[in-house]
Design a protein around this ligand. Structure first.
Ligand code: SF4
Length: 442
């Protein structure tokens, strides 16, 4: 899958007549314009700047309005550039400039441009779909509406618990006045409380009512359905086994809905210790937000111990985690290197990297465009890009923009999306929202 460019363009020297570059700083043009050459995009500017910053140089990224091909004569800033042709025939440049007489900055500018010419290759980027599931996005949307509807009415909008979603959307809620909290005890009559996508316990729901709070219930319909089902099964005398993780945010709400007639089991081995005191039947549920595949072995072990165990219909499952894992595997299987966007210490980013490696791809977590090095891209013809839940907003598009400055670039977007047609309560979501999720995050 590796790409390759037989000859690298030479680094040319030019100048910026009338231009200004601070001594001790390298100016990286975001574009080069002038009447003779027209406008040349420098999409890779953030990559060049990243190399320079890693070496300790001061860098500014700015558009350059006037430049010439003639080498600098000592009176004007020196420009170093290499050009290449993109797939659309447009020329783009890798460029950097230094102040007149600033030999150190000039050497650094030339070296950075030279270094990035080694990464000029035709390339394909395969982008994995968003990490956010429809339930999380729906909850953010409902919280946003609650904040807007309450504006000017004097009531405080509290967002209960941890609301999953893009960092900028959550920050936007806080900027508009939403208060993120974990206890209804801090809220007063007339306040608005937004329940999170992963739901709340029946006790907490009752407490909110007793305190006179206005409830905006953003519980994901799939979580609400699991809660209802747990309650229905327990009421008819079943013991409910929830296949999932005890520390999952949705667990208290689902277990609480079964009124004490439920047990949570995360592994096939965990079924051995199950006792069912006084239960006429055993039924199991899948915890929404968990990959459905992970439940199969537990369900089989449960059936071998309790042959009459009843399970849910697959049309009630949340496929978000499975779809996301499937998306990552599909992208990883088609690429040489997977860039996982997010922070190094993020469990989600590490999980995505592990999935990619299991599929035979190399994987690298990057927090920003400037973390991409020419060495990382050497020999990489197909590059996977996947956002973790800690990726900063818009990073995927910034990575694509940067790579588009390194020669011909084609972009493929992949998304596994399970569709359950008999769920009218979820049909209002858009295809882009459907089926993606932070693995295990609700
Ligand atoms: S992971 Fe599934 S159940 Fe949980 S909020 Fe997202 S769509 Fe709903």
């Amino acid at each position: 899958m590796g790409g390759g460019m037989s000859s690298r363009p030479a680094v040319r020297e030019g100048q910026l007549p009338g231009g200004s570059v601070q001594r001790g700083e390298v100016l990286v043009p975001s574009r080069l314009s002038d009447p003779v050459h027209g406008t040349i995009d420098c999409g890779a500017a953030t990559l060049v700047a990243g190399s320079l910053r890693r070496r300790g140089h001061q860098v500014s990224i700015e558009p350059v309005e006037s430049w010439t091909d003639a080498p600098a004569n000592g009176g004007e800033p020196a420009l170093f550039l290499a050009t290449c042709q993109g797939g659309d025939g447009k020329v783009s440049a890798i460029a950097a400039a230094a102040a007149p007489g600033d030999g150190l900055a000039a050497a650094a500018a030339r070296a950075a441009v030279q270094e990035w010419t080694t990464a000029l290759d035709p390339r394909t980027v395969v982008v994995a779909g968003s990490p956010w599931c429809q339930g999380a996005l729906r909850a953010l949307d409902l919280a946003g509406r609650a904040v807007r509807d309450s504006a000017g009415l004097g009531s405080v909008v509290h967002v209960l618990g941890d609301m999953a979603g893009p960092a900028d959307a959550r920050a936007g809620l806080a900027e508009q006045g939403a208060v993120f909290g974990s206890s209804v005890a801090e809220m007063v009559r007339g306040d608005v409380v937004v329940f999170p996508a992963y739901g709340v316990t029946p006790q907490l729901r009752a407490e909110a009512r007793e305190r006179g709070l206005a409830v905006v219930d953003a519980t994901c319909p799939l979580v609400a359905s699991a809660q209802r089902e747990a309650g229905r099964l327990a009421e008819r005398g079943d013991h409910v086994v929830v296949i999932g993780q005890p520390d999952h945010a949705a667990t208290p709400g689902i277990m609480g809905s079964a009124g004490g007639r439920a047990t949570i089991v995360g592994t096939a081995g965990g079924t051995a210790a199950l006792g069912m005191p006084g239960a006429s039947r055993v039924s199991y549920l899948l915890q929404p937000g968990e990959p459905t595949e992970a439940a199969a072995a537990v369900a089989a072990a449960l059936r071998s111990r309790f042959p009459a165990t009843r399970g849910p219909n697959p049309d009630s499952f949340c496929y978000a985690a499975s779809d996301r894992a499937g998306t990552i595997k599909m992208v990883a299987a088609s690429c040489d290197l997977m860039l996982v966007l997010g922070s190094q210490d993020s469990a989600d980013a590490r999980q995505l990297s592990g999935l990619a490696r299991d599929c035979g791809a190399r994987a690298q977590i990057i927090a920003d465009v400037g973390d991409i090095t020419p060495a990382l891209l050497t020999g990489i013809g197909v590059l996977g890009v996947a956002e973790s839940t800690t990726a900063r907003p818009g990073l995927t598009e910034l990575v694509i923009e940067a790579l588009s400055g390194l020669g011909q670039l084609s972009i493929v977007r992949r998304q596994v999306s399970s569709d359950v047609t008999s769920r009218p309560d979820l049909e209002h979501t858009t295809p882009a929202q459907h089926g993606a999720m932070p693995v295990g995050a609700d």
